[in-house]
Each structure stands twice: as C-alpha cells, then as structure tokens.
Write a protein of this length. Structure first.
Length: 185
C-alpha cells in the first residue's frame, strides 16, 4: 500500500459512520461590472503585460505588427498566416484562450484548438494571447463553470515572475518574460 492509499484509508476509517455534512457553495458570481473588457484590460496591465483593446477587424493587422521579425509558434487551430517556428527556434508563441477573468486579470488556457501545448506556451520568452470580449467573465466562479476539469489548465496572470529571498524580482524563470494581450471587441 502506498503512503497516499494508507492516508486515505485512515481518513476513511476515522469518518466512517459519521453523518454527511452539506458544504454550502454560495460563491459570489455575476458581479455588476459595467465595463468588463475595461476592467480585464486594466488588471492585465497591472501585471506588467502589454495590452491592446481593438475592434475585431483591426486584430489581424495588430498581430502582424507586434510579431514582425519574430519566429512564432502557431498552434493548430490558430488562424494566422505569419512565420512559423518550432519550440527550439521560436522567439514566441501566439495563442487564443479558453476564458479570461476580469476581476483577477487572469487568462486561462485549456490547451484546446489555438492554445498550443503547455511546453509551447511556457518555454518561449514571448507570449501573445488574443482574447475575444465574449471570453471574458467577471470572476473565478464563472470561469470555473466554463472549464472542463479533465483538461490541462494553465492560469496566466501576467508575465512569469518570481522573487528571491531579498525580494529581487526576476522575470521569465517559469514562463514567458513578456506577455502581450490583444483584446478583440
């Protein structure tokens, strides 16, 4: 028996015969946010990401502009005719997302079509994510309701950053150093 199995067995024996307790799940949802796109853009910007809010018709030209002269990983399912690269030679990755959270400025990838693999989104130094306005929800409970828990989820709140014991900020250690977001309205 593994340590995990042993611990779970002990817990099972300890709670055997006790009454089931209903756990209330009254999460705050659907807050009254007048400008959900604006709030998301503001929160993403707070994380030191580069943010553009554009009409959908202007998005292709903006993509071409911001990735000019970069070798990009373009995941299956992302419709863009720019330069392609593999993981070993890429300067960056361009993706869509599964959902975005206005309250926290978080982008969630479930690695479905257009979102790439975990390696494709964590190894390159630059990540451009295109978020449609209809993918932005108010809070985490709404995001969770849209996600499939069986899929691999990557939650992105700004460029990768960490601090050492002296609180010196270091960017790009655990993912892209630069995050750029285009919000398509």
């Amino acid at each position: 028996m593994s340590a995990r199995e042993e611990i779970l067995a002990r817990i099972g024996r300890a709670v055997a015969g006790t009454a089931d307790v209903e756990i209330p799940r009254h999460y705050r949802t659907a807050q009254d946010i007048k400008d959900i796109v604006g709030l998301f853009a503001e929160r993403v910007d707070d994380y030191r990401a580069i943010v553009h809010v554009l009409p959908a018709a202007e998005v292709p030209a903006k993509i071409d502009e911001v990735v000019a002269r970069r070798r990009m990983i373009v995941p299956d399912g992302f419709d863009w005719a720019g330069g392609w690269a593999d993981l070993d030679t890429a300067d960056g990755v361009i993706t869509s997302c599964a959902v975005a959270i206005a309250e926290t400025g978080t982008i969630v990838l479930d690695h479905g079509p257009g979102q790439g693999t975990r390696a494709q989104t964590l190894v390159p130094d630059y990540h451009l994510c295109v978020v449609r306005a209809d993918q932005i929800v108010a809070g985490v409970p709404e995001a969770i309701a849209r996600l499939d828990p069986a899929r691999p989820l990557t939650w992105i709140s700004g460029p990768s950053a960490t601090s050492d014991i002296e609180l010196n900020r270091v960017e790009g250690v655990h993912g892209p150093r630069t995050l750029e977001v285009i919000i398509s309205t």
